[in-house]
Design a protein around this ligand. Structure first.
Ligand SMILES: CC(C)(COP(=O)(O)OP(=O)(O)OC[C@H]1O[C@@H](n2cnc3c(N)ncnc32)[C@H](O)[C@@H]1OP(=O)(O)O)[C@@H](O)C(=O)NCCC(=O)NCCS
Length: 389
């Protein structure tokens, strides 16, 4: 592709996703694309397919940060569907990602049925909550240390970036957020507001909330970004949100282990209105990825991993002692067989091996092995995607 293709790429993206990306938002994202990180498929003079990857930094359990390929801008023209363009683009794009030595590829998916065949598994889960703010009562033993300020986001950029950076370094699924993307977020364009107010903010020494007000008559809050690096910041920020008397409810996307319901006298006021996959991972280099994270229990197992897409699977001996793994190819008989997408789903501890075994997607003759994989792959810090891309 050439720089001259971008105008057509913006149009194809708009055709599929329904909005025209702002030029400065595009410029921010383009700073993250490495040389040869983007490709297009042309039909004569027309761009009819496109995909690219950004250089991202992903935190894994234990706090190691891995360079990952963040795939995005995946589009095929409605006039050219189901002729193998995505498969052809992904074959080339993953050759480039492998050549760049990136151990993991990542994406967020428009539909759940597309990417498993390419070795991607859903590694984090997002719950949508509607909190009936008028009925929230904090328990008497819930901390109440305060420390939250109302601030204008753009005047406190350094504070937001510092808190976010602390949060993402301790959270599996956290992503380094480059300055260009902060500037893009705080540009707070009308078209990013979904009919809501400008961005409002609560700031704490260890956390923040960015949110908008929506609606007329009964108004509600839609949280855009909630990050807390400590439990104290989490409860203090929720107290601030629940203190907005004129707001009927608070809507937020969070991870399934968010402790808010346990802070309240009636956890039912936190209603889960949806649950979906969020970050999808494909392990490009299985030993490198498995050795990068830490583990909660010892394990000694031979995994047979099938990668029907590009043959990055094989048989691997995985030895975990005192939280660290050694993983290498082996000729030994396998204890467990699974597809690469299942390994991606287990990688951050967001799903359990037991559940995949029950679905016959993780196969072994020994149920104790499955329980040991559950224990070893669990993550003390719940996995959560840093930001959508
Ligand atoms: C999703 C999209 C990229 C697929 O492109 P495509 O060129 O039609 O896909 P291909 O013909 O290469 O299909 C590749 C494989 O994926 C499958 N597939 C494609 N789209 C699928 C979908 N929406 N759901 C389930 N499977 C799908 C095909 O059946 C095919 O399977 P196979 O190779 O195992 O037989 C295209 O439909 C599109 O641009 N959609 C709108 C934008 C979008 O959702 N982009 C993805 C953003 S994450």
């Amino acid at each position: 592709m050439t720089d001259g293709d971008w105008a057509q790429m913006v149009r194809l993206d708009a055709t599929n996703f329904g909005h025209v990306v702002d030029p400065s938002a595009l410029a921010a994202w383009r700073t993250l694309i490495p040389d040869h990180g983007a490709l297009v498929v042309a039909d004569g003079p027309d761009v009819v397919g496109q995909s690219l990857y950004a250089d991202l930094q992903l935190t894994v359990p234990g706090g190691a940060v891995l360079p990952v390929a963040g795939i995005t801008w995946v589009s095929v023209a409605p006039t050219h569907r189901r002729r193998g363009l995505l498969r052809a683009m992904f074959t080339e794009l993953h050759d480039r990602i492998a050549a760049a030595g990136l151990p993991v590829a990542a994406l967020t998916a428009s539909e759940g049925g597309i990417y498993g065949r390419f070795g991607y598994g859903p590694a984090t889960v997002r719950h949508e909550w509607a909190v009936d703010r008028r009925l929230t009562r904090f328990r008497s033993d819930a901390p109440d240390a305060g420390g939250v300020r109302i601030v204008t986001p753009s005047e406190h950029l350094d504070a937001f970036t510092a808190v976010y950076d602390r949060w993402r370094r301790i959270t599996p699924g956290g992503l380094a957020r480059p300055r260009a993307l902060w500037d893009d977020l705080f540009a707070d364009r009308d078209e990013d507001r979904a009919g809501g107010s400008p961005l409002f903010a609560f700031l704490h020494a260890d956390g923040y909330v960015l949110y908008r007000n929506h609606g007329a008559g009964p108004r509600h809050v839609r949280v855009v970004d909630f990050k807390a690096a400590t439990p104290e910041a989490h409860v203090a920020l929720w107290r601030a949100l629940c203190g907005m008397d004129l707001m009927e409810r608070i809507e937020i996307g969070t991870h399934p282990a968010d402790p808010l319901p346990y802070l309240l006298t009636d956890g039912r006021v936190v209603r889960t209105t949806g649950a979906a996959d969020d970050l999808w991972l494909r392990l490009m280099d299985i030993p490198a990825a498995l050795q990068a994270r830490t583990y909660d229990d010892d394990l000694s197992v031979v995994l047979e991993v099938d990668d029907a897409f590009r043959g990055d699977g094989g048989r691997f001996a995985l030895q975990i002692r005192d939280g660290r793994a050694v993983c290498a190819p082996t000729g030994a008989a396998p204890d467990v067989t699974l597809d690469l997408d299942v390994l991606g789903a287990l990688y951050l501890g967001g799903h359990r091996a037991t559940a995949f075994a029950a679905a016959n997607r993780l196969r072994t003759n020994d149920s104790d092995t499955v329980r040991r994989i559950d224990r070893a792959f669990a993550s003390a810090v719940p996995a959560e995607l840093g930001f959508a891309f």
